[in-house]
Ligand binder design. Structure first.
Ligand code: B12
Ligand code: SF4
Length: 492
């Protein structure tokens, strides 16, 4: 079976990092780990070709070559997914679809021949069996969650690794919390399922053997879902693995209670973690209660963030406006919070209700649901009737974005962060790519850019006050260029 594994294109969003990637000559931030994992589960005798449309395009000769296309994606890739599915159909290529987009909204895709939904570990074997017998059904789904200790390592060799800024690896799926708007518990369950430390070490060995020395993203929903195993098994194994190796730094996603465990943070930093994405959502206690974000309540969130930064982990934050409890003061309060906390990469979005969440069901019951979400909660749209007048909400949202991503406030925030941040211990070797990126940023941001005064101000400030953090300061300046482009281009 000649099979294309297709990952649709992301629109130009906050997380695409498209404008920043140009500085380091990369095409995409992360490889499609779902498809690489799926590839490892397909019969050995199949011939596979990965096409990540964020890196390259699907040509007519690819379509002529293929018997089957297996398409993945999330809601934000919906438009590109639709286009490529139509092209496959026109070319007579059978389409099999799976992954979060289709698991949440398969009814919307008439042209797909077979849906293999939920986790492929459970739904792919019956599909392959029926296919071999010539009687494949249209839909394969399950309400069970798989045992990921049996998940094979991703088939890295399918990806053109040099085109990506980061690699990805997955240790756990699921999250013990239950935030009303979040898809994770519906898709992956409440009980975090974990791989064995040996599996992770084997995956890292494979990447290291393929000469990967850059960033690796642990794409867990909540990395600290099982703290006991982390402290006793995984982190000691990572610390031991790192000995004698250069490069490779990790980032991940975790809940704010990470700040309550000094030992855990210390071990994460020793293991090579330098950045963590945290769902802060809102400084408003009423809105936190509304969305059941219990772990963020009754704590000083600015202080929480600073504790994590001081431990040696950069905090990236997710923020949301548009909760029923939000009043017009929320916009300024979000701005103040973000500036004070020194969260440089602050992903602020309008609340959207993903299908399958408790929020989606509540809004449906209340007669406020307007359809599926766009999947990009930074595009200024939402899929339900908001309590606050929508124009006011969108104007407030725009005010936040323009404020926090104006060069003046963005560069100020970098300094606030660098003052707090404990420099990482990992030795990241400088390579030609980072040196070239540095020259490019000097030209684009330091000469051509309107932010040139802030750029050089940051450069000299960091050189004198935190010289070891200069590469990070430049990287953040480059991210800012991307964020500014994206936030200015949004119509919200
Ligand atoms: C890494 C990640 C990202 C990366 C994407 C990198 C990349 N190129 O893949 C980044 C950081 C860019 C990202 C961004 C966003 N993400 Co995201 N992300 C994840 C995360 C944490 C891990 C994805 C992953 O690699 N998983 C590991 C692989 C092994 O699992 P998988 O992809 O699900 O694949 C399995 C199955 O789904 C299935 N499968 C997958 N594809 C296919 C295809 C076929 C044919 C078959 C048969 C099976 C199959 O088999 C695999 C093995 O079981 C998931 C959560 C999660 N636990 O998956 C959220 C998740 C995918 N993201 C989500 C969201 C909402 C977003 C954002 C919209 C967030 C935001 N607010 O902006 C943005 C969208 C992008 C944007 N705005 O530009 C949602 C998607 C919901 C949906 N219905 O689409 C998820 C599920 C998290 C959540 N909150 O629910 N994300
Ligand atoms: S803590 Fe994060 S991953 Fe867990 S349910 Fe809440 S939003 Fe989802």
């Amino acid at each position: 079976m000649k099979t294309l594994l297709i990952y649709p294109e992301f629109p130009d969003t906050f997380w695409s990092f498209k404008h920043a990637l140009k500085f380091i000559h990369k095409k995409a931030a992360f490889p499609p780990l779902g498809l690489l994992t799926l590839g490892a589960m397909l019969p050995r005798e199949w011939t596979l070709r990965l096409i990540d449309m964020n890196v390259t395009s699907v040509t007519e000769s690819d379509l002529q070559w293929a018997d089957m296309a297996m398409v993945s994606g999330m809601s934000v890739q919906r438009r590109s997914a639709r286009d490529i599915i139509a092209r496959c159909r026109d070319a007579g290529v059978k389409v099999v679809a799976g992954g979060p987009l289709f698991t949440s909204e398969y009814e919307e895709f008439d042209q797909v021949d077979h849906f293999v939904l939920n986790e492929a570990e459970l739904t792919l074997p019956p599909f392959l069996k029926d296919l071999a017998q010539g009687v494949p059904r249209r839909i394969y789904a399950t309400t069970q969650f798989c045992d990921i200790t049996k998940t094979p390592p991703p088939l890295w060799e399918l990806a053109d690794m040099g085109r990506y800024a980061s690699m990805s690896i997955q240790f756990s799926r699921g999250c013990p919390f239950d935030c009303e708007f979040c898809n994770v518990t519906a898709l992956f369950g409440h009980r975090p399922r974990i791989k064995h430390a040996e599996q992770i070490i084997a995956e890292l060995d494979a990447l290291y053997a393929m000469r990967w020395r850059g960033q690796i993203f642990f794409v867990d929903d909540n990395f600290i879902g099982n703290k006991g195993y982390l402290k006793k098994q995984l982190l000691p194994a990572l610390i031991a693995w790192r000995k004698g190796k250069r490069g490779i730094h990790f980032n991940t996603e975790a809940s704010v209670n990470l700040a309550d465990d000094d030992q855990l943070m210390e071990m994460m930093v020793a293991a090579g973690f330098d950045t963590v994405f945290v769902g802060i959502e809102t400084p408003d206690e009423g809105s936190l209660a509304e969305c059941n974000k219990k772990q963020n309540k009754n704590r000083d969130l600015v202080d929480t963030v600073k504790r994590i930064q001081r431990a040696g982990l950069q905090v990236q934050g997710g923020f949301i406006v548009g909760f029923d409890s939000d009043t017009q003061s929320i916009f300024q309060r979000q701005i103040d919070f973000i500036q004070k906390s020194g969260i440089v990469t602050a992903m602020v979005g309008l609340l959207q209700a993903p299908a399958g969440t408790r929020l989606y069901e509540r809004l449906k019951k209340e007669g406020r649901l307007l359809g599926y979400m766009s999947g990009d909660n930074l595009d200024g749209t939402t899929n339900f009737i908001t309590r606050m007048d929508l124009d006011t909400l969108r104007a407030g949202y725009r005010k936040i974005m323009l404020h926090i991503y104006s060069s003046k406030n963005y560069y100020r925030r970098i300094k606030t962060f660098l003052r707090e941040y404990k420099a990482p211990q990992i030795d990241i070797p400088l390579n030609w790519q980072s040196i070239l990126a540095f020259f490019r940023s000097n030209i684009r941001l330091g000469i051509i850019g309107r932010e040139r005064f802030q750029y050089w101000g940051l450069f000299w400030w960091t050189l004198f006050k935190r010289p070891g953090l200069l590469p990070l300061a430049i990287t953040l300046a480059v991210y800012g260029y991307h964020f500014r482009k994206v936030s200015m281009s949004h119509k919200a």
